[in-house]
Every structure is written in structure tokens, then in C-alpha cells.
Write a new protein. Sequence first.
Length: 94
Amino acid sequence: MFNVFKRCYDALDDKSGIDFEDLQFDGFDANSEPEYLRIARQLTLENPAGRAYDRHMPRLPWYQGLLGRWKDSRDKLKLSREDLIRISAPTHHG
């Protein structure tokens, strides 16, 4: 999912209205999501560009929201600017 977001974002001519940070994987909370953080760290060892660190706040609900909104997209592999704006909203995730 996050790779698709990056590829589609990079392909856009007009990126206005999109805060790409809202579409990136940025870790889990070590206190409330330790198993997810452990797995993410293992996976990102194979990908030097990957990030999996302790966010000190729960992230799973945010990622689940992204996943649900992404699944609602007509073409999940060719996201439009409007798709990325819709998927990344609401942006007040902490």
C-alpha cells in the first residue's frame, strides 16, 4: 500500500493539497503495539529506505483507516490526486 502511495504521488504533476507524510509508514507505538513494531523492524531491515521506529503513539488505527480508504479506490494501483487527498484525510492523526 505505501509503495503504491509513493509511486502514484511521485507520478503526479499537481501535488497540491496532499501532505505526503500522511501517506507514509512511520512506525508503531512500542508500548501499545510492540508486536507490530517488532515485525516492521524485521521487514525494514531488508529495505534500507524503510522506516520502522517507535512513534510513542498508537498508529494501527491510522494505518487501518488508510487501508480502508485505499480499498475504496476504483483503481488501487493508479491513484489520482483526488484519491490521495481522500485517502490521507483526516490528517489529524497525531
